[in-house]
Write a protein that binds this ligand. Structure first.
Ligand code: ARG
Length: 241
């Protein structure tokens, strides 16, 4: 009896090994409610979205956390198969990776400490502005503030993670952070920070795969379609927003 069970378990493992593919998902788990760590687990909208996609497409998942600006290099180097990180679909990124159909639309927001008198003009007042390296917030500030001489390059502080940027904001080492609006709203709800302005960018998030990995991209896109049609997507939105 015990032997049969052992045999069955071994067989199952063998079959999973043969047919079940494990997909490695790269993320930057500092971005609630899209991706963050809670009790040692990867949680958030993107993480659940990937879990639902994996169920439909029949693969296993392994999540890997890294700094946002390492994600595309890791994808290109084949260290991860997928990037799920609230990543905006941009023309520059589209040159080097392929994106799924968009699943979210966002703008950029400016947050300051909750008890601060600063307003959106902080961006033009020699403020020290924090961004996450390589994000669209970073690119926006680089092009529209530093590039136009409104902000000194040395006052644009780039961070590996928003955890570090937030602690510098709360410690008074920087005056404001520019980041995606849904995440700014979440931080404003759970941390002593507030939103003082919105920069309308209308950017869209996509799941990224290595350029040319059509097989995986097709699976992801058909799964997204099913999730939209079955109301599962709406359920996930309800859960996190
Ligand atoms: N949407 C922005 C971008 O693509 C920010 C994404 C940051 N994501 C993260 N998981 N920290 O540049």
């Amino acid at each position: 009896m015990r032997l049969t069970r052992l045999f069955l378990i071994t067989l199952l493992l063998f079959v999973t090994f043969l047919f079940g593919k494990t997909i490695t998902v790269g993320t930057s788990a500092d971005f609630p409610p899209f991706e963050y760590i809670e009790n040692g687990q990867f949680v958030g909208f993107d993480m659940d979205l990937m879990r639902e996609i994996a169920k439909l497409a029949g693969f296993e998942l392994k999540f890997v956390d890294m700094s946002f600006d390492s994600l595309i290099p890791a994808l290109r180097a084949g260290q991860v198969d997928v990037v799920a990180a609230a990543m905006t679909i941009t023309d520059e990124r589209k040159q080097v990776v392929d994106f799924s159909t968009p699943y979210w639309t966002a703008d950029q927001s400016i947050i300051v400490k909750a008890d601060s008198d600063l307003t959106i003009t902080v961006l033009h007042q020699k403020g020290r502005i924090g961004v996450q390296t390589g994000t669209t917030g970073d690119l926006w500030c680089t092009d529209n503030l530093v590039g136009k001489g409104l902000l000194l390059e040395k006052n644009l502080k780039r961070y590996d993670t928003f955890v570090l940027a937030l602690s510098d904001l709360l410690n008074g080492n920087i005056d404001a952070i520019v980041l995606d609006s849904p995440v700014a709203n979440r931080f404003a709800a759970i941390k002593p920070v507030k939103v003082v302005g919105i920069i309308v960018t209308g950017e869209q998030y996509g799941i990224a795969v290595k350029k040319g990995n059509k097989e995986l991209l097709d699976k992801i896109n058909s799964a997204i379609k099913v999730l939209n049609e079955t109301g599962k997507m709406a359920e996930l939105i309800d859960k996190y927003f």
